[in-house]
Design a protein around this ligand. Structure first.
Ligand SMILES: [Mg+2]
Length: 206
């Protein structure tokens, strides 16, 4: 059976910060909501959450509509624009995944609100590149219970050092850390550090 690779989504395959910035631009253009207003509604909404990964666009849209009196449907329409998601893919991840898919079974190891994670995967058109039974998506992904559901000996790539640390402690996986900005120290000898998906592919083959 082909070896399994599980990809973190946000920050590894997908630039969620770029998506958020582009959406704010679209709300300004299409709904005349200034960037400052979007940012301040976002900050207020975020401070009501336990963690940023509890972000739910449907709730955010309700807040933005209430604060601006702009029709909710009009704000929500921006969320449906596929090109926003396609432009937020890192490193031509789609092409790299298509190549890897010839040799490996590809899956997802992601955390957040499930419907939002799935929407980003669908609209970016990355979702069909993964095996249906290898989509590991939950609100908090490093709990022991959840890690136990992942196939042993999977390769896992993630950008979050706290997640990397939990994966190392758990053992049972071959872990890659994607450090896109190169500004953090990492002391795990068993983890391979890469700065791009292309470098990941090179190191994977060696
Ligand atoms: Mg991430």
């Amino acid at each position: 059976m082909a070896k399994i690779i599980l990809f973190d989504f946000d920050g590894t395959l997908f630039n969620s910060k770029k998506l958020a910035a582009e959406m704010a631009n679209e709300w300004e253009k299409n709904c005349h909501i200034s960037l400052q207003v979007t940012e301040s509604v976002f900050n207020n909404y975020s401070s009501s959450l336990t963690a940023s990964l509890d972000f739910n666009p449907e709730d955010f849209i309700i807040s933005l509509s209430q604060e601006t009196n702009v029709d909710r449907e009009k704000i929500a329409a921006v969320l449906q624009q596929e090109w926003l998601y396609q432009e937020a893919i890192f490193d031509q991840a789609d092409k790299i995944l298509v190549t890897l898919k010839k040799k490996y079974q590809l899956g997802i190891f992601s955390q957040g609100v499930g419907s939002w994670q799935k929407l980003k995967m669908e609209k970016s058109r990355l979702l069909p590149l993964f095996e249906q039974d290898l989509l590991f998506i939950t609100r908090r992904k490093t709990t022991l219970e959840f890690l136990q559901t992942l196939p042993e000996d999977s390769v896992i790539i993630d950008d979050n050092l706290a997640v990397i640390e939990d994966l190392v402690k758990f053992g049972k996986f071959k872990v890659f850390w994607i450090d896109r900005y190169g500004n953090q120290q990492m002391n795990f000898k068993e983890v391979q550090r890469v700065t791009s998906l292309a470098e990941f592919v090179t190191k994977l083959e060696n």
